[in-house]
Design a protein around this ligand. Structure first.
Ligand SMILES: C[S@@+](CC[C@H](N)C(=O)[O-])C[C@H]1O[C@@H](n2cnc3c(N)ncnc32)[C@H](O)[C@@H]1O
Length: 207
């Protein structure tokens, strides 16, 4: 995991160039979107403070569930402005700056949907998620088998769906997350995998 070649990309130009133009499209098919929504319905309690990392104009949160707040961080301001679920919007390149601009324990749940393959510093980002999610909170990382190939990291492109699942588990465990569970929704159309992890409670004496 320490080998920088794992995180090389065909297009090493700054990410803001690639994400300059808004893409107001769906990146997975309707069944896979329904599977994401179902995962969120199961694992995000109503009234949670939600962080949707690497988001765009859609968050795939169940429309009938109310959350205390939804904060979105992504690369394109127009996409974020078009996302009706977001209460707060931040544009930040996580490959240039993985430190998140939030207080410790500011969220109950953090999400990354169909985007984890673009992180060149994934463990730093997962550590930051562990910092900004409260003890007992969750991370939910979903992905399919599609990507922008020039921007996905080499280690992602070198393996298959099962390998992607193990890789995401590894990222989370390495960053201090625990109780990692994997769910697969496969059939016709785009597959959808979800990796759900828990943020351990930390006693005051351990801080
Ligand atoms: C395939 S889209 C998925 C968007 C959204 N999560 C969804 O489910 O439709 C990939 C997203 O990753 C985000 N992204 C890619 N590279 C990023 C980076 N370096 N820092 C922050 N976000 C990034 C982009 O803003 C883009 O919206």
């Amino acid at each position: 995991m320490n080998d920088p070649r794992f995180f090389a990309r065909a297009d090493e130009s700054p990410d803001h160039l690639f994400y300059r133009d808004a893409r107001l499209v769906e990146h997975i098919d309707a069944r896979a979107i329904a599977a994401v929504e179902n995962v969120y319905r199961t694992w995000i309690p109503p009234q949670s403070r939600v962080l949707d990392l690497m988001t765009s104009w859609v968050s795939h949160l169940p429309p009938d569930v109310r959350y205390a707040s939804v904060t979105g961080l992504g690369m394109n301001a127009t996409e974020l402005a078009c996302n009706p679920r977001l209460d707060h919007r931040i544009v930040q390149d996580l490959n240039a700056e993985p430190t998140l601009p939030f207080e410790d324990a500011a969220f109950d749940v953090a999400l990354i949907c169909v985007s984890v393959q673009y992180l060149t510093r994934p463990i730093e980002v997962m550590r930051e998620l562990a910092r900004v999610v409260r003890g007992g909170g969750r991370a939910i990382i979903t992905f399919s088998n599609r990507c922008f190939p020039t921007k996905a990291v080499a280690i992602w492109q070198a393996t298959d769906d099962a390998g992607h699942t193990r890789l995401v588990e590894e990222y989370l465990l390495e960053a201090g997350w625990s109780d990692v569970r994997v769910f697969a929704h496969v059939g016709r159309g785009d597959p959808l995998y979800a990796v759900v992890a828990e943020r351990e409670h930390v006693d005051a004496g351990e801080l």
